[in-house]
Every structure is written in structure tokens, then in C-alpha cells.
Ligand binder design. Structure first.
Ligand code: TRP
Length: 347
């Protein structure tokens, strides 16, 4: 069966989004709005798989929503909502808990990392996390999922779950009127390009991350202009001038990172940046990069702050998005209930 193209992705509700999130995910999502029907979900159900302070969680859901809107996500055009408002996610996740196999989940590297040594003490939710992620995507029959490298394994699991559901229930799926036994699509990753992998400003070999202790390692989307400029100017570099071409960046991770950030923020390629700055010192390049960061990120921070001044309006946007999401998911979930053999009233 040919599925209608539909984009779904989810972001964790964290109050502190940074340049890595912006260049790695947000720009791609915003771009996809031009060509696709897009559903974007603040994944609060996923968030509580590890302990969250309730007041902070509520605040973070609104903050991440504000940041995405400020960056250009259009909540009229796309659907933007928080996961817990649409019960189809949790309902379908339960069905998928019964489709996915323990052996599949045991291979998930993110669970191993997040659970650490004390696996006995990890929540059951953290273990079943990838099943919920599959439900997020498949509740809308989404076909395209923009994700970073770290989520590729989870997306493969979503495909396995979709396939096993299609196989296990193929007779019922045919009976429900679906040709060829394809009830769920096998969702494909839309991997964000290599140029957008943003590294720490303190160590060019590590990803920019909100969990790195040093604030100087990342540019937060809430930083004011002076802070942004200071962080760029203090970013780690090597003593050599910038090379003339991209080959000269190999073995120079900090230089490569800063050039990559410049290219991504200016909508060009690393080679273009080096054509302009090759042979020049970092003392010349960094102020130009700082200005560019301020010009691009400053207005987003301002707009996000303005939106946060009216949390009731943010909540209204999320309720509206949830209503529209529910309308898409409801008939799909009703079909799932028929296929599995539940008794229910069709919506
Ligand atoms: N697990 C993703 C992350 O941590 C977030 C997420 C949840 C997601 N559900 C999703 C991403 C569905 C894509 C599709 O980044």
C-alpha cells in the first residue's frame, strides 16, 4: 500500500535548548513544513521515564514549545502539541508492548547508557521507551521521521514493530479492507546532514550537550547577546590560522566545528566559509562568528521570552494541536482495536 507522506518527530521537554538542537533538529523540522504535513510532539510521557520535578516539567513543556515557535515552527501550519494530551500514544504503546519482544529491547544501547550500572533500579518506562516512540509515529501512520544519529536504533525498532504487527494480524488487516496486509507504514529516518553536527565549544570531539557541566561548552537559545559573544570568543581553538580548504580541517576538530557552525548559520558550506576566511587568524574569524550567532539567535531568544510572558496562549496552542492530532489518530486507533479484537464504540 502507498501511504500518504507525513512527518512526525518528538522533542524532549527540556528548558535549555542549545545551538546543537537548533542546527541539528529545529532547522530541519522548520524546513520540512514547506514540503510536508508535519506533526511535532513535545514528549512529556517520555520525559517521566526518568525523574522530573513536576513544576519544572510543566515549565519546560511551555519553554520548548515557545522556543520552537520562536525559531519558526508555525503552529497553524503544522501540528504542535504535548504527548500526554493525546491518549492514543499511551494506548497504542500498550499494544506495542505486547508486539515487541524482550530480546529486541535488550539490544537498545540508549537504555544501557541511561540505566547505567544500576539497571535493577531503572523504571519500567525507561525500558519500554522505544515502544512508546513507535506508537508516537505509527498512531499517525507517519512515513518520515527527522531524527539525530542517536535515535536511529529506536527508529529501526519502530519499523520492526510495524512489520510484526502487519504480519501477526495480516488476516484481520485484510478483513478490515487494507490491501496487501500493510496496516502500518515502515517509517523512514530523515537524517539531518553531517554539517549540522555541533560539537562542544570546549572539546571539538564531543557533542554539544546540555549535560556537559561547563556552560561555556554550549550556546543556549536563551543566552543574551553578550553571553553568546563571550562564549564564541572563548571557544577552544588551535594556534594555526584557518586553512584554505576543507581538507585542511582534518585533525582540527575545534576549527572544523566553528567553521561548520558558521556555514550552517549562514546557509552556506564549509568550503565557502574557508574561501572567505582561509589564511586568517581565529582572532579575526571569531568576532565574525560571534556577530553571526547573535544576529541569528538573538531574535529567537527575544521572541521565546515574549511568548513565555503569556503561558495561557502557549497552553491554548498545545490544546489546539492536541485536538488536531487526536482527530488523525482516533480512526487509526479504532482500526487497531478492531484488528486486535477489542470491543469498542467507533469514534
Ligand atoms: N526519543 C526522541 C529523543 O530523545 C524523542 C522522540 C520521542 C521521538 N518520540 C519520537 C523522535 C518519535 C522521533 C519520533 O530525541
Amino acid at each position: 500500500m502507498k501511504f500518504q507522506e507525513r512527518v512526525f518527530s518528538g522533542m524532549q521537554p527540556t528548558g535549555s535548548l542549545h545551538l546543537g538542537n537548533y542546527l541539528g533538529a529545529m532547522l530541519k523540522w522548520i524546513d520540512l513544513q514547506k514540503t510536508h504535513e508535519c506533526i511535532y510532539c513535545v514528549v512529556d510521557l517520555h520525559a517521566i521515564t526518568v525523574w522530573q520535578d513536576p513544576a519544572e516539567l510543566r515549565q519546560a513543556i511551555r519553554q520548548v514549545t515557545a522556543a520552537y515557535i520562536a525559531a519558526g515552527l508555525d503552529p497553524e501550519k503544522s501540528i504542535l502539541f504535548n504527548q500526554s494530551q493525546v491518549s492514543a500514544h499511551a494506548e497504542l504503546a500498550w499494544v506495542f508492548n505486547c508486539v515487541a519482544r524482550l530480546g529486541w529491547l535488550n539490544r537498545m544501547t540508549q537504555f544501557k547508557e541511561k540505566a547505567g550500572k544500576d539497571r535493577e533500579n531503572a523504571s519500567v518506562g525507561l525500558y519500554a521507551y522505544p515502544n512508546l516512540m513507535a506508537a508516537d509515529i505509527l498512531a499517525y501512520r507517519a512515513t518520515h521521521v527527522p531524527v539525530g544519529d542517536d535515535q536511529k536504533q529506536h527508529l529501526e525498532l519502530s519499523r520492526d514493530i510495524a512489520q510484526k504487527f502487519n504480519n501477526d494480524f495480516c488476516a484481520q488487516i485484510e478483513a478490515a479492507g487494507y490491501d496487501g496486509g500493510d496496516f502500518f507504514p515502515l517509517p523512514e529516518p530523515v537524517i539531518t546532514g553531517p554539517a549540522t553536527r555541533v560539537m562542544s565549544l570546549r572539546d571539538g570531539t564531543r557533542k554539544m550537550s546540555k549535560s556537559e557541566p561547563s556552560e561555556m561548552s554550549r550556546i543556549n537559545l536563551t543566552d543574551d547577546n553578550d553571553t553568546i559573544a563571550k562564549k564564541v570568543k572563548k571557544a577552544k581553538t588551535d594556534p594555526e590560522p584557518l586553512p584554505a580548504d576543507t581538507k585542511g580541517l582534518s585533525g582540527r576538530p575545534e576549527a572544523e566545528n566553528l567553521v561548520g557552525i558558521f556555514a550552517a548559520l549562514s546557509g552556506s558550506q564549509k568550503a565557502d566559509v574557508l574561501a572567505e576566511f582561509g589564511g586568517r587568524q581565529f582572532s579575526e574569524f571569531k568576532p565574525a562568528l560571534a556577530d553571526l550567532c547573535v544576529a541569528r539567535l538573538g531574535p529567537i531568544a527575544d521572541e521565546a521570552r515574549r511568548l513565555m510572558d503569556d503561558p495561557a496562549e502557549i497552553d491554548r496552542i498545545l490544546v489546539d494541536g492536541a485536538d488536531r492530532a487526536r482527530a488523525i489518530a482516533a480512526p487509526i486507533l479504532a482500526d487497531v482495536k478492531d484488528i486486535v479484537g477489542f470491543v469498542h464504540a467507533r469514534p
